[in-house]
Design a protein around this ligand. Structure first.
Ligand code: NAI
Ligand code: MG
Length: 491
Protein backbone atom coordinates (compact mmCIF):
# COMPACT_ATOMS: atom_id res chain seq x y z
CA UNK A 1 0.00 0.00 0.00
CA UNK A 2 2.87 2.35 0.79
CA UNK A 3 3.83 2.45 -2.86
CA UNK A 4 0.34 3.35 -3.92
CA UNK A 5 0.14 6.09 -1.39
CA UNK A 6 3.28 7.79 -2.64
CA UNK A 7 1.75 7.71 -6.08
CA UNK A 8 -1.37 9.56 -4.95
CA UNK A 9 -2.24 12.51 -7.10
CA UNK A 10 0.37 11.38 -9.57
CA UNK A 11 -1.42 8.30 -10.93
CA UNK A 12 -1.03 7.73 -14.63
CA UNK A 13 -3.51 9.98 -16.40
CA UNK A 14 -3.93 9.41 -20.11
CA UNK A 15 -2.53 12.54 -21.70
CA UNK A 16 -1.66 13.50 -25.18
CA UNK A 17 -5.22 12.85 -26.33
CA UNK A 18 -8.63 13.93 -25.26
CA UNK A 19 -12.23 13.80 -26.38
CA UNK A 20 -13.64 16.58 -28.51
CA UNK A 21 -16.76 18.12 -27.00
CA UNK A 22 -19.88 16.22 -28.09
CA UNK A 23 -22.79 18.23 -26.71
CA UNK A 24 -26.32 17.04 -27.32
CA UNK A 25 -28.43 19.89 -28.68
CA UNK A 26 -31.17 21.21 -26.42
CA UNK A 27 -33.19 22.46 -29.42
CA UNK A 28 -35.37 19.38 -29.39
CA UNK A 29 -37.04 20.38 -26.09
CA UNK A 30 -39.38 23.29 -25.69
CA UNK A 31 -39.60 24.35 -22.07
CA UNK A 32 -42.50 26.62 -21.15
CA UNK A 33 -41.72 29.73 -19.13
CA UNK A 34 -44.27 28.79 -16.53
CA UNK A 35 -46.06 25.60 -15.57
CA UNK A 36 -49.21 25.04 -13.56
CA UNK A 37 -50.63 21.82 -12.14
CA UNK A 38 -52.06 19.13 -14.39
CA UNK A 39 -55.47 18.34 -12.92
CA UNK A 40 -58.42 16.65 -14.64
CA UNK A 41 -56.64 16.86 -17.98
CA UNK A 42 -56.27 20.66 -17.75
CA UNK A 43 -53.49 22.99 -16.74
CA UNK A 44 -54.47 24.88 -13.59
CA UNK A 45 -52.74 28.16 -12.85
CA UNK A 46 -50.46 27.92 -9.79
CA UNK A 47 -51.02 30.46 -7.04
CA UNK A 48 -47.58 29.97 -5.47
CA UNK A 49 -44.47 29.52 -7.57
CA UNK A 50 -40.74 28.79 -7.51
CA UNK A 51 -37.93 28.49 -10.04
CA UNK A 52 -36.44 25.22 -11.29
CA UNK A 53 -32.82 25.36 -12.46
CA UNK A 54 -30.19 23.43 -14.38
CA UNK A 55 -27.68 22.03 -11.88
CA UNK A 56 -24.90 22.11 -14.49
CA UNK A 57 -24.77 25.93 -14.46
CA UNK A 58 -27.52 27.07 -12.06
CA UNK A 59 -29.38 28.77 -14.91
CA UNK A 60 -33.15 29.09 -14.44
CA UNK A 61 -35.22 26.80 -16.65
CA UNK A 62 -38.85 27.50 -15.76
CA UNK A 63 -41.29 28.76 -13.16
CA UNK A 64 -43.00 25.91 -11.35
CA UNK A 65 -46.11 25.77 -9.18
CA UNK A 66 -45.93 25.05 -5.47
CA UNK A 67 -49.22 23.24 -4.96
CA UNK A 68 -51.20 24.29 -1.89
CA UNK A 69 -53.44 22.02 0.15
CA UNK A 70 -56.38 23.23 -1.90
CA UNK A 71 -54.58 22.40 -5.18
CA UNK A 72 -53.83 18.91 -3.88
CA UNK A 73 -57.47 18.39 -2.85
CA UNK A 74 -58.52 19.51 -6.31
CA UNK A 75 -56.26 16.94 -7.90
CA UNK A 76 -57.45 14.19 -5.56
CA UNK A 77 -61.07 15.05 -6.40
CA UNK A 78 -60.29 14.87 -10.12
CA UNK A 79 -58.66 11.47 -9.61
CA UNK A 80 -61.67 10.27 -7.59
CA UNK A 81 -64.08 11.39 -10.34
CA UNK A 82 -62.06 9.68 -13.04
CA UNK A 83 -61.91 6.52 -10.93
CA UNK A 84 -65.67 6.39 -10.44
CA UNK A 85 -66.49 7.68 -13.88
CA UNK A 86 -65.27 4.73 -15.93
CA UNK A 87 -61.57 4.08 -15.40
CA UNK A 88 -61.91 1.49 -12.61
CA UNK A 89 -64.58 -0.44 -14.49
CA UNK A 90 -62.90 -0.30 -17.89
CA UNK A 91 -61.93 -3.76 -19.14
CA UNK A 92 -58.24 -4.47 -18.57
CA UNK A 93 -57.69 -4.88 -22.28
CA UNK A 94 -58.87 -1.28 -22.78
CA UNK A 95 -56.62 0.09 -20.04
CA UNK A 96 -53.76 -1.81 -21.64
CA UNK A 97 -54.25 0.11 -24.90
CA UNK A 98 -53.59 3.41 -23.14
CA UNK A 99 -50.48 2.02 -21.45
CA UNK A 100 -49.14 0.65 -24.72
CA UNK A 101 -49.77 4.04 -26.32
CA UNK A 102 -47.92 5.86 -23.54
CA UNK A 103 -44.99 3.46 -23.91
CA UNK A 104 -44.79 4.00 -27.64
CA UNK A 105 -45.00 7.78 -27.38
CA UNK A 106 -42.21 7.74 -24.78
CA UNK A 107 -40.10 5.81 -27.28
CA UNK A 108 -40.94 8.21 -30.07
CA UNK A 109 -40.07 11.22 -27.93
CA UNK A 110 -37.12 9.53 -26.21
CA UNK A 111 -34.52 12.09 -27.23
CA UNK A 112 -36.63 14.98 -25.99
CA UNK A 113 -37.13 13.29 -22.62
CA UNK A 114 -33.46 12.35 -22.32
CA UNK A 115 -32.26 15.90 -22.97
CA UNK A 116 -34.77 17.38 -20.53
CA UNK A 117 -33.92 14.82 -17.84
CA UNK A 118 -30.22 15.64 -18.06
CA UNK A 119 -30.84 19.37 -18.20
CA UNK A 120 -33.06 19.50 -15.13
CA UNK A 121 -31.44 16.74 -13.08
CA UNK A 122 -27.76 16.85 -14.01
CA UNK A 123 -27.28 13.20 -14.98
CA UNK A 124 -25.14 12.36 -18.03
CA UNK A 125 -27.07 12.25 -21.29
CA UNK A 126 -25.75 8.78 -22.04
CA UNK A 127 -27.51 7.54 -18.91
CA UNK A 128 -30.82 9.32 -19.48
CA UNK A 129 -30.70 8.22 -23.14
CA UNK A 130 -29.65 4.60 -22.58
CA UNK A 131 -31.10 3.82 -19.16
CA UNK A 132 -33.76 6.16 -17.75
CA UNK A 133 -35.93 6.73 -20.81
CA UNK A 134 -35.81 3.21 -22.34
CA UNK A 135 -36.52 1.67 -18.92
CA UNK A 136 -39.43 4.06 -18.35
CA UNK A 137 -40.96 2.96 -21.67
CA UNK A 138 -40.23 -0.68 -20.80
CA UNK A 139 -42.19 -0.33 -17.55
CA UNK A 140 -45.25 0.91 -19.41
CA UNK A 141 -44.96 -1.91 -21.95
CA UNK A 142 -44.53 -4.47 -19.19
CA UNK A 143 -47.51 -3.36 -17.09
CA UNK A 144 -49.66 -2.89 -20.18
CA UNK A 145 -49.23 -6.64 -20.60
CA UNK A 146 -50.58 -7.37 -17.10
CA UNK A 147 -53.66 -5.10 -17.30
CA UNK A 148 -55.94 -7.79 -18.76
CA UNK A 149 -54.31 -10.70 -16.94
CA UNK A 150 -54.73 -9.74 -13.28
CA UNK A 151 -56.97 -12.73 -12.62
CA UNK A 152 -54.22 -15.01 -13.88
CA UNK A 153 -51.61 -13.18 -11.83
CA UNK A 154 -53.68 -13.75 -8.67
CA UNK A 155 -55.90 -16.76 -9.34
CA UNK A 156 -59.01 -17.13 -7.16
CA UNK A 157 -58.27 -13.91 -5.28
CA UNK A 158 -60.54 -11.49 -7.18
CA UNK A 159 -58.12 -8.60 -7.64
CA UNK A 160 -59.75 -5.13 -7.50
CA UNK A 161 -58.24 -1.67 -7.82
CA UNK A 162 -57.56 0.22 -4.61
CA UNK A 163 -58.83 3.64 -5.68
CA UNK A 164 -56.83 6.86 -5.79
CA UNK A 165 -53.06 6.46 -5.44
CA UNK A 166 -50.96 9.35 -4.10
CA UNK A 167 -47.42 8.96 -5.41
CA UNK A 168 -44.39 10.92 -4.23
CA UNK A 169 -41.14 10.51 -6.09
CA UNK A 170 -37.52 11.68 -5.75
CA UNK A 171 -35.12 13.58 -7.97
CA UNK A 172 -32.57 10.91 -8.83
CA UNK A 173 -34.62 9.12 -11.54
CA UNK A 174 -37.49 11.52 -12.15
CA UNK A 175 -39.09 9.95 -15.24
CA UNK A 176 -38.20 6.38 -14.34
CA UNK A 177 -39.70 6.67 -10.84
CA UNK A 178 -42.81 8.17 -12.42
CA UNK A 179 -43.04 5.11 -14.68
CA UNK A 180 -42.47 2.70 -11.78
CA UNK A 181 -45.39 4.32 -9.97
CA UNK A 182 -47.86 5.25 -12.70
CA UNK A 183 -47.67 2.13 -14.89
CA UNK A 184 -48.70 -0.52 -12.30
CA UNK A 185 -51.29 1.81 -10.73
CA UNK A 186 -53.05 2.32 -14.06
CA UNK A 187 -52.72 -1.30 -15.11
CA UNK A 188 -54.63 -2.29 -11.95
CA UNK A 189 -57.41 0.25 -12.57
CA UNK A 190 -56.42 2.97 -10.11
CA UNK A 191 -56.18 6.68 -10.75
CA UNK A 192 -53.22 8.77 -9.66
CA UNK A 193 -52.06 12.03 -8.15
CA UNK A 194 -48.30 12.21 -8.54
CA UNK A 195 -45.89 14.73 -7.06
CA UNK A 196 -42.42 14.92 -8.61
CA UNK A 197 -39.47 16.12 -6.53
CA UNK A 198 -39.13 19.88 -6.27
CA UNK A 199 -35.74 20.04 -8.05
CA UNK A 200 -36.75 17.87 -11.03
CA UNK A 201 -40.34 18.53 -12.12
CA UNK A 202 -39.79 19.04 -15.84
CA UNK A 203 -39.98 15.52 -17.29
CA UNK A 204 -43.11 14.80 -15.25
CA UNK A 205 -44.64 17.97 -16.68
CA UNK A 206 -43.62 16.97 -20.22
CA UNK A 207 -45.20 13.58 -19.51
CA UNK A 208 -48.57 15.37 -19.21
CA UNK A 209 -48.22 16.11 -22.90
CA UNK A 210 -47.75 12.39 -23.54
CA UNK A 211 -50.94 11.67 -21.59
CA UNK A 212 -52.83 14.09 -23.81
CA UNK A 213 -51.34 12.56 -26.95
CA UNK A 214 -52.38 9.12 -25.70
CA UNK A 215 -55.88 10.52 -25.05
CA UNK A 216 -55.89 9.13 -21.54
CA UNK A 217 -59.25 10.08 -19.99
CA UNK A 218 -58.98 13.33 -17.97
CA UNK A 219 -58.23 12.89 -14.27
CA UNK A 220 -56.74 9.39 -14.52
CA UNK A 221 -53.28 10.89 -13.96
CA UNK A 222 -52.91 14.25 -12.21
CA UNK A 223 -49.60 15.92 -11.52
CA UNK A 224 -49.06 18.53 -8.85
CA UNK A 225 -45.65 20.07 -8.24
CA UNK A 226 -44.10 21.48 -5.09
CA UNK A 227 -41.85 20.56 -2.20
CA UNK A 228 -42.37 18.46 0.92
CA UNK A 229 -45.38 20.55 1.99
CA UNK A 230 -47.21 19.46 -1.14
CA UNK A 231 -46.16 15.87 -0.49
CA UNK A 232 -47.44 16.07 3.09
CA UNK A 233 -50.79 17.45 1.87
CA UNK A 234 -51.11 14.47 -0.46
CA UNK A 235 -50.33 12.01 2.34
CA UNK A 236 -52.92 13.69 4.58
CA UNK A 237 -55.67 13.87 1.98
CA UNK A 238 -58.76 11.90 3.01
CA UNK A 239 -59.49 11.05 -0.60
CA UNK A 240 -56.31 9.05 -1.13
CA UNK A 241 -56.49 5.26 -0.68
CA UNK A 242 -52.84 4.39 -1.16
CA UNK A 243 -49.52 6.17 -0.81
CA UNK A 244 -46.41 5.12 -2.70
CA UNK A 245 -43.28 6.97 -1.62
CA UNK A 246 -39.67 6.86 -2.77
CA UNK A 247 -37.22 9.10 -0.96
CA UNK A 248 -35.38 9.52 2.31
CA UNK A 249 -35.78 7.15 5.25
CA UNK A 250 -36.51 10.15 7.46
CA UNK A 251 -39.57 11.24 5.46
CA UNK A 252 -40.60 7.61 4.91
CA UNK A 253 -40.73 7.04 8.67
CA UNK A 254 -42.77 10.20 9.17
CA UNK A 255 -45.27 9.08 6.52
CA UNK A 256 -45.57 5.65 8.10
CA UNK A 257 -46.29 7.20 11.50
CA UNK A 258 -48.82 9.55 9.95
CA UNK A 259 -50.69 6.77 8.15
CA UNK A 260 -50.68 4.25 11.02
CA UNK A 261 -54.27 3.16 11.66
CA UNK A 262 -55.69 5.11 8.72
CA UNK A 263 -56.35 2.02 6.61
CA UNK A 264 -54.47 3.52 3.69
CA UNK A 265 -52.15 1.18 1.87
CA UNK A 266 -48.48 2.18 1.90
CA UNK A 267 -45.28 1.25 0.14
CA UNK A 268 -41.95 2.84 1.00
CA UNK A 269 -38.78 2.69 -1.03
CA UNK A 270 -36.14 4.42 1.05
CA UNK A 271 -32.40 4.73 1.47
CA UNK A 272 -29.60 2.22 1.25
CA UNK A 273 -25.96 1.56 2.03
CA UNK A 274 -25.31 -1.40 -0.20
CA UNK A 275 -22.39 -3.77 0.11
CA UNK A 276 -20.57 -4.64 -3.09
CA UNK A 277 -18.56 -7.74 -2.15
CA UNK A 278 -15.53 -8.80 -4.18
CA UNK A 279 -13.99 -12.25 -3.70
CA UNK A 280 -10.45 -13.07 -4.73
CA UNK A 281 -11.57 -15.53 -7.42
CA UNK A 282 -13.53 -12.92 -9.38
CA UNK A 283 -12.68 -11.50 -12.79
CA UNK A 284 -10.88 -8.48 -11.44
CA UNK A 285 -11.24 -6.06 -14.36
CA UNK A 286 -14.91 -6.90 -14.69
CA UNK A 287 -15.35 -6.29 -10.96
CA UNK A 288 -13.65 -2.90 -11.24
CA UNK A 289 -16.14 -1.92 -13.95
CA UNK A 290 -18.98 -3.12 -11.72
CA UNK A 291 -17.67 -1.16 -8.75
CA UNK A 292 -17.40 2.01 -10.85
CA UNK A 293 -20.88 1.50 -12.29
CA UNK A 294 -22.14 0.68 -8.80
CA UNK A 295 -21.13 3.94 -7.18
CA UNK A 296 -20.48 6.57 -9.88
CA UNK A 297 -23.57 5.86 -12.00
CA UNK A 298 -25.85 8.91 -11.71
CA UNK A 299 -23.24 10.63 -9.47
CA UNK A 300 -24.03 8.04 -6.81
CA UNK A 301 -27.56 9.48 -6.44
CA UNK A 302 -28.89 5.94 -6.36
CA UNK A 303 -30.69 4.30 -3.44
CA UNK A 304 -29.15 0.93 -4.33
CA UNK A 305 -25.65 2.36 -5.04
CA UNK A 306 -22.79 0.05 -4.10
CA UNK A 307 -21.40 2.56 -1.64
CA UNK A 308 -19.61 0.10 0.66
CA UNK A 309 -17.01 -1.94 -1.17
CA UNK A 310 -15.91 -5.09 0.64
CA UNK A 311 -12.73 -6.53 -0.82
CA UNK A 312 -11.23 -9.87 0.16
CA UNK A 313 -7.89 -9.05 1.77
CA UNK A 314 -5.77 -11.10 -0.61
CA UNK A 315 -6.69 -8.89 -3.59
CA UNK A 316 -6.99 -5.59 -1.77
CA UNK A 317 -3.89 -3.95 -3.19
CA UNK A 318 -4.23 -4.84 -6.88
CA UNK A 319 -7.92 -4.04 -6.79
CA UNK A 320 -7.52 -0.62 -5.21
CA UNK A 321 -4.76 0.21 -7.64
CA UNK A 322 -6.86 -0.77 -10.65
CA UNK A 323 -9.81 1.12 -9.25
CA UNK A 324 -7.82 4.32 -8.77
CA UNK A 325 -6.41 4.06 -12.26
CA UNK A 326 -9.89 3.54 -13.67
CA UNK A 327 -11.09 6.64 -11.84
CA UNK A 328 -8.58 8.79 -13.69
CA UNK A 329 -10.36 7.94 -16.95
CA UNK A 330 -13.82 9.01 -15.77
CA UNK A 331 -14.98 12.17 -17.49
CA UNK A 332 -16.70 14.58 -15.12
CA UNK A 333 -18.56 17.52 -16.64
CA UNK A 334 -21.42 18.77 -18.77
CA UNK A 335 -24.31 16.31 -18.43
CA UNK A 336 -25.33 17.05 -22.01
CA UNK A 337 -21.96 16.00 -23.43
CA UNK A 338 -22.25 12.47 -24.83
CA UNK A 339 -18.80 11.55 -23.47
CA UNK A 340 -19.57 12.51 -19.88
CA UNK A 341 -19.46 9.72 -17.30
CA UNK A 342 -20.19 11.73 -14.15
CA UNK A 343 -22.51 14.72 -14.40
CA UNK A 344 -23.62 17.46 -12.02
CA UNK A 345 -24.78 16.97 -8.45
CA UNK A 346 -28.53 17.44 -8.41
CA UNK A 347 -28.80 20.38 -6.03
CA UNK A 348 -26.90 22.73 -3.73
CA UNK A 349 -28.50 20.95 -0.80
CA UNK A 350 -27.27 17.53 -1.91
CA UNK A 351 -23.78 18.89 -2.62
CA UNK A 352 -23.63 20.25 0.94
CA UNK A 353 -24.63 16.88 2.34
CA UNK A 354 -21.92 15.10 0.33
CA UNK A 355 -19.26 17.61 1.38
CA UNK A 356 -20.25 17.31 5.01
CA UNK A 357 -20.02 13.51 5.02
CA UNK A 358 -16.73 13.50 3.08
CA UNK A 359 -15.27 15.94 5.61
CA UNK A 360 -16.37 13.61 8.41
CA UNK A 361 -14.57 10.73 6.67
CA UNK A 362 -11.33 12.68 6.59
CA UNK A 363 -11.73 13.79 10.19
CA UNK A 364 -12.40 10.26 11.41
CA UNK A 365 -9.19 9.07 9.80
CA UNK A 366 -10.05 7.56 6.41
CA UNK A 367 -7.74 8.17 3.50
CA UNK A 368 -9.23 10.04 0.57
CA UNK A 369 -8.42 9.63 -3.13
CA UNK A 370 -9.82 11.78 -5.93
CA UNK A 371 -8.50 11.61 -9.49
CA UNK A 372 -7.17 14.81 -11.00
CA UNK A 373 -10.11 16.46 -12.75
CA UNK A 374 -11.08 20.02 -13.52
CA UNK A 375 -14.56 20.77 -12.27
CA UNK A 376 -16.62 23.46 -14.03
CA UNK A 377 -16.83 26.73 -12.13
CA UNK A 378 -20.57 27.19 -12.21
CA UNK A 379 -23.03 24.57 -11.11
CA UNK A 380 -22.81 21.75 -8.54
CA UNK A 381 -19.92 19.32 -8.87
CA UNK A 382 -18.13 16.71 -6.85
CA UNK A 383 -15.15 14.66 -8.00
CA UNK A 384 -15.41 10.85 -7.89
CA UNK A 385 -14.03 9.87 -4.50
CA UNK A 386 -12.65 6.71 -2.91
CA UNK A 387 -12.02 6.31 0.80
CA UNK A 388 -9.63 3.63 2.02
CA UNK A 389 -8.69 2.84 5.64
CA UNK A 390 -12.34 2.97 6.54
CA UNK A 391 -13.56 1.51 9.83
CA UNK A 392 -17.10 0.17 10.04
CA UNK A 393 -17.94 2.74 12.69
CA UNK A 394 -17.17 5.73 10.48
CA UNK A 395 -20.11 7.78 9.29
CA UNK A 396 -19.03 7.26 5.67
CA UNK A 397 -19.45 3.51 6.23
CA UNK A 398 -22.83 3.84 7.89
CA UNK A 399 -24.78 6.76 6.45
CA UNK A 400 -26.18 7.13 2.98
CA UNK A 401 -24.04 9.74 1.20
CA UNK A 402 -26.01 9.67 -2.06
CA UNK A 403 -23.01 11.01 -3.94
CA UNK A 404 -19.99 9.73 -5.92
CA UNK A 405 -18.20 8.52 -2.81
CA UNK A 406 -17.04 4.96 -2.20
CA UNK A 407 -15.89 3.52 1.13
CA UNK A 408 -13.53 0.55 0.84
CA UNK A 409 -13.46 -2.07 3.60
CA UNK A 410 -11.99 -5.57 3.70
CA UNK A 411 -12.90 -9.10 4.79
CA UNK A 412 -11.22 -12.50 4.96
CA UNK A 413 -13.95 -15.16 4.87
CA UNK A 414 -17.43 -15.40 3.33
CA UNK A 415 -18.94 -15.43 6.83
CA UNK A 416 -17.17 -12.23 7.71
CA UNK A 417 -18.34 -10.64 4.44
CA UNK A 418 -21.95 -11.50 5.24
CA UNK A 419 -21.69 -10.25 8.79
CA UNK A 420 -20.18 -6.94 7.76
CA UNK A 421 -22.47 -6.46 4.79
CA UNK A 422 -25.55 -6.99 6.97
CA UNK A 423 -24.27 -4.65 9.65
CA UNK A 424 -26.41 -1.73 8.51
CA UNK A 425 -29.89 -0.45 9.24
CA UNK A 426 -30.60 -0.65 5.51
CA UNK A 427 -31.26 -3.63 3.24
CA UNK A 428 -31.97 -2.61 -0.31
CA UNK A 429 -29.32 -4.21 -2.49
CA UNK A 430 -25.97 -5.96 -2.61
CA UNK A 431 -23.43 -7.16 -5.15
CA UNK A 432 -21.32 -10.32 -5.16
CA UNK A 433 -18.31 -10.88 -7.40
CA UNK A 434 -17.01 -14.44 -7.60
CA UNK A 435 -16.42 -17.14 -10.15
CA UNK A 436 -18.29 -19.75 -8.08
CA UNK A 437 -22.01 -20.16 -8.67
CA UNK A 438 -22.40 -22.02 -5.38
CA UNK A 439 -20.87 -19.11 -3.50
CA UNK A 440 -23.21 -16.65 -5.22
CA UNK A 441 -26.21 -18.66 -4.00
CA UNK A 442 -24.74 -19.12 -0.52
CA UNK A 443 -24.19 -15.38 -0.22
CA UNK A 444 -27.56 -14.41 -1.72
CA UNK A 445 -29.36 -16.53 0.89
CA UNK A 446 -27.59 -14.74 3.72
CA UNK A 447 -27.52 -11.13 2.56
CA UNK A 448 -30.43 -9.17 4.01
CA UNK A 449 -31.09 -7.18 0.86
CA UNK A 450 -34.04 -6.98 -1.49
CA UNK A 451 -31.85 -7.31 -4.58
CA UNK A 452 -28.58 -9.21 -4.89
CA UNK A 453 -26.64 -8.77 -8.10
CA UNK A 454 -24.02 -11.35 -9.05
CA UNK A 455 -21.08 -10.37 -11.25
CA UNK A 456 -22.97 -7.26 -12.30
CA UNK A 457 -24.45 -4.22 -10.61
CA UNK A 458 -27.28 -1.70 -11.04
CA UNK A 459 -29.13 -3.81 -13.56
CA UNK A 460 -32.83 -3.12 -13.80
CA UNK A 461 -35.62 -4.87 -15.57
CA UNK A 462 -39.36 -4.25 -15.30
CA UNK A 463 -40.00 -7.96 -14.76
CA UNK A 464 -37.85 -8.05 -11.64
CA UNK A 465 -39.24 -6.90 -8.28
CA UNK A 466 -37.25 -4.22 -6.45
CA UNK A 467 -37.55 -3.11 -2.84
CA UNK A 468 -36.02 -3.25 0.60
CA UNK A 469 -35.67 -4.79 4.03
CA UNK A 470 -35.42 -2.92 7.34
CA UNK A 471 -34.96 0.85 6.98
CA UNK A 472 -34.88 0.60 3.20
CA UNK A 473 -38.65 0.26 3.29
CA UNK A 474 -41.25 -2.31 2.31
CA UNK A 475 -43.30 -3.31 -0.68
CA UNK A 476 -41.99 -4.23 -4.11
CA UNK A 477 -42.02 -2.38 -7.40
CA UNK A 478 -41.58 -4.16 -10.70
CA UNK A 479 -42.62 -7.64 -11.71
CA UNK A 480 -45.85 -9.34 -10.71
CA UNK A 481 -45.06 -8.35 -7.11
CA UNK A 482 -45.35 -4.72 -8.18
CA UNK A 483 -49.05 -5.17 -8.94
CA UNK A 484 -50.00 -6.18 -5.41
CA UNK A 485 -49.72 -2.77 -3.72
CA UNK A 486 -52.24 -1.45 -6.24
CA UNK A 487 -54.81 -4.18 -5.67
CA UNK A 488 -57.18 -5.27 -2.93
CA UNK A 489 -58.43 -8.80 -2.57
CA UNK A 490 -61.06 -8.38 0.14
CA UNK A 491 -64.34 -8.99 -1.64
P1 NAI B 1 -36.90 13.63 0.60
O1 NAI B 1 -37.30 12.32 1.17
O2 NAI B 1 -37.14 14.85 1.42
O3 NAI B 1 -37.68 13.86 -0.80
C1 NAI B 1 -38.25 12.84 -1.58
C2 NAI B 1 -39.64 13.28 -2.01
O4 NAI B 1 -40.46 13.41 -0.87
C3 NAI B 1 -39.69 14.63 -2.71
O5 NAI B 1 -40.67 14.61 -3.71
C4 NAI B 1 -40.09 15.57 -1.58
O6 NAI B 1 -40.71 16.74 -2.03
C5 NAI B 1 -41.05 14.71 -0.81
N1 NAI B 1 -41.21 15.07 0.59
C6 NAI B 1 -40.33 15.73 1.40
N2 NAI B 1 -40.86 15.86 2.65
C7 NAI B 1 -42.09 15.27 2.60
C8 NAI B 1 -43.12 15.07 3.59
N3 NAI B 1 -42.99 15.49 4.85
N4 NAI B 1 -44.23 14.41 3.21
C9 NAI B 1 -44.37 13.95 1.96
N5 NAI B 1 -43.45 14.13 0.99
C10 NAI B 1 -42.31 14.77 1.32
O7 NAI B 1 -35.40 13.52 0.17
P2 NAI B 1 -34.38 14.75 -0.09
O8 NAI B 1 -34.54 15.74 1.01
O9 NAI B 1 -34.57 15.20 -1.47
O10 NAI B 1 -32.97 14.02 0.04
C11 NAI B 1 -32.41 13.75 1.31
C12 NAI B 1 -31.70 12.43 1.31
O11 NAI B 1 -32.64 11.38 1.12
C13 NAI B 1 -30.71 12.24 0.18
O12 NAI B 1 -29.49 12.80 0.49
C14 NAI B 1 -30.66 10.75 0.08
O13 NAI B 1 -29.79 10.23 1.05
C15 NAI B 1 -32.06 10.31 0.41
N6 NAI B 1 -32.85 10.04 -0.80
C16 NAI B 1 -33.09 8.75 -1.15
C17 NAI B 1 -33.77 8.47 -2.31
C18 NAI B 1 -34.04 7.07 -2.75
O14 NAI B 1 -34.16 6.82 -3.94
N7 NAI B 1 -34.19 6.13 -1.86
C19 NAI B 1 -34.23 9.51 -3.21
C20 NAI B 1 -33.98 10.85 -2.73
C21 NAI B 1 -33.31 11.06 -1.57
MG1 MG C 1 -36.01 16.35 2.30
Amino acid sequence: MAELETQQGGLAVPDGWTYAPAPESTDIVRIAERYGHYVGGEWLEASEIYETIAPRDESPLATIGQATKADVENAVAAARNAYADGWSSLPGSERAKYLFRIARILQERAREFAVLESLNGGKPIKESRDVDVPLAAAHFFYYAGWADKLEYAFPNRRPRPVGVAGQIIPWNFPLLMLAWKVAPALACGNTVVLKPAETTPLTALLFCDVLRQAELPPGVVNIVTGDGRTGAALVESEGVDKIAFTGSTEVGKAIQRQLAGSGKKLTLELGGKAANIVFDDCALDQAVEGIVNGIYFNQGHVCCAGSRLFVQESIYEPLVEKLKRRLTTLRVGDPLDKNTDVGAINSAMQLEKIKELVASGEEEGAEIYQPPCVLPEKGYWFAPTVFTNVAQSYRIAQEEIFGPVLSVLTFRTPDEAVEKANNTPYGLSAGVWTEKGSRILWMAQRLRAGVVWANTYNRFDPTSPFGGYKESGFGREGGRHGLEPYLRFDD
